[in-house]
Design a protein around this ligand. Sequence first.
Ligand SMILES: Nc1ncnc2c1ncn2[C@@H]1O[C@H](COP(=O)(O)OP(=O)(O)OP(=O)(O)O)[C@@H](O)[C@H]1O
Length: 302
Amino acid sequence: MIEVRNLTKRYGPLTVVDDLSFTVQAGQVTGFLGPNGAGKTTTMRMIVGLAAPDRGSVTVSGRRYADIAVPLSEVGALLDAGAVHGGRTAYDHLWALAASNGLPRRRVGEVLARTGMASVAAKRAGGFSLGMRQRLGIAAALLGDPRVLIFDEPVNGLDPEGIRWVRELMRSLAAEGRAVLVSSHLMSEMAQTADHLVVIGRGRLIADTSMSEFMRSAGEGTVHVRAADPGALALRLSAAGAGVREGLESSLVVSGMTAGDVGRIAAYHGLALSELTPQRASLEDAFMELTAGSVDYQGVTS
Ligand SMILES: Nc1ncnc2c1ncn2[C@@H]1O[C@H](COP(=O)(O)OP(=O)(O)OP(=O)(O)O)[C@@H](O)[C@H]1O
């Protein structure tokens, strides 16, 4: 649905997007990840024609943005939630957008309902909280019922309830068959939302992978076990090929084996367990490792 090919953008001497290529598929949430200043916003602005590439191309559903007759009905974007006339009501803001794009008035009520904004439709946007401005920006993106959606850091500054709402909305938009591209600088946020990941650093592609593949490559994780006789269990697990080390309070940390395998081996040898917990490797750690070479401003921890 979105095809980015060899995209390059320079600002003065700085190449902020560097020969970037990736595809955003329909029916999926694609997480667009990278440290601050990696070039995510600039890439998204080029997708919707707000910035011109120096080299390369972007198409949405096979066409350049400039060639799409009614862009709002092909691609909706939330790039800057602050870009709202504060004196206008939520309804009027959306109605002005709908009218200038030839969209029917009923869409305004529909998107207000979908974003939970119906009760504040008559209120001026200037008095909105950050969360309400984000919802209004999302409502605007949905106005033309587009098949492609682009959200730049949509959960920035939202409270946990707002974050969960955005996450569920992204999932439901993808489930409707739409292509959803959503940027973030937090891996943990994407882990629960994205099907696919595009990771960039200093404008360059670092990874283009499915979420499940990324999780696998992040490490298999370990299994924490507590047993009545940890020594005996450790012997049996090592003999079966697992890596075993001592954890806290006489627990065992087992690697190279699933929790199911550990349970079966314990049962086979009649060893009682009081805890058996699979521990996933930290995705945030894997992401930091992946982008470590491309972070511009690294803090020093003492
Ligand atoms: N209009 C502009 N003129 C000059 N430099 C710019 C312009 N827009 C962006 N940049 C620079 O391009 C680089 C990439 O910025 P961009 O906003 O695309 O990154 P980002 O990945 O979205 O970062 P963040 O997570 O901080 O929003 C930054 O160094 C930024 O200062």
